[in-house]
Design a protein around this ligand. Structure first.
Ligand code: DX5
Ligand code: ZN
Length: 227
């Protein structure tokens, strides 16, 4: 069953707690887009925001670090309560040290790849990580269009995972909606990150369930798995 990770960046910050509460029961984890104004133009959440929400929700928190210097931020976001921290391969120099630091802090390690970054950059680290986040938009903003050219990379990653008998999650982030969910799951995605499609919908919980159904191929299987 595909997992759904609502991307909190697309929620209404005027009532963040209520927005997340609306999707909590059907979500599998919460995805927080952490931007530093350097790796991407915008600035979003700091650890204090994560910490203030942490004990209000019974879900894993993933911090997607779109930052120029991830070394600086792993410990603060681990302390704030992120269960998974995803660093960008483009900004992490030697990923082994950062993955080791995450493990030491009791955090599951994720590595994200921009649309133009090749799978070769993950060589030698796949066995150490919990999740690969394949970006299907260029990072920085909610509401962008899905880049279909990334689909072969998802397929290739699934094949590599099979060949190496590994079990990391394949997460996909950017432009995921009812139309694209089926395509990315068919290609190999096991986690769908979605912002606009969930939080900009009139009924976010219903929208989340529709994504789960679209990703699971049939309404029946989504219902069956919920019961
Ligand atoms: C983009 C972020 C995404 C974004 C997804 O930089 O990493 O998580 O919030 O938003 P949608 O689903 O609207 O593309
Ligand atoms: Zn993200």
């Amino acid at each position: 069953m595909v997992k759904i990770a609502p991307s909190v960046l697309a929620a209404d910050f005027n009532c963040l707690y209520e927005e997340i509460k609306r999707v909590e029961s059907e979500a599998d984890l919460l995805h927080f887009d952490i931007m530093d104004g350097q790796f991407v133009p915008d600035i979003t959440f700091g650890p204090v925001v994560i910490a203030s929400l942490r004990d209000k929700f019974n879900l894993p928190f993933e911090g997607h670090l779109m930052v120029a210097n991830p070394t600086q931020w792993i410990v603060p976001f681990a302390r704030a309560g992120c269960n998974i921290i995803t660093i960008h391969r483009e900004s992490c120099g030697d990923p082994h040290q950062l993955i080791a630091l995450m493990r030491e802090k009791g955090v599951k390690a994720g590595v994200a790849l921009n649309p133009d970054t090749s799978l070769d950059s993950l060589e030698n680290i796949l066995s150490e990580i919990y999740l690969v986040l394949i970006m299907t938009v260029n990072p920085g903003f909610v509401g962008q269009s899905f880049i279909r050219e990334v689909l072969p990379k998802i397929r290739n990653l699934r094949q590599v995972r099979e060949e190496k008998s590994l079990s990391f999650e394949i997460a996909v982030d950017g432009g995921i909606n009812e139309e694209t969910a089926g395509e990315v799951v068919e290609a190999g995605a096991s986690v769908l990150v979605a912002g606009t499609a969930i939080f900009h919908a009139p009924d976010p919980q219903k929208a989340l369930l529709k994504l789960k159904e679209a990703g699971s191929g049939s309404k029946d299987s989504a219902e069956k798995n919920r019961s």
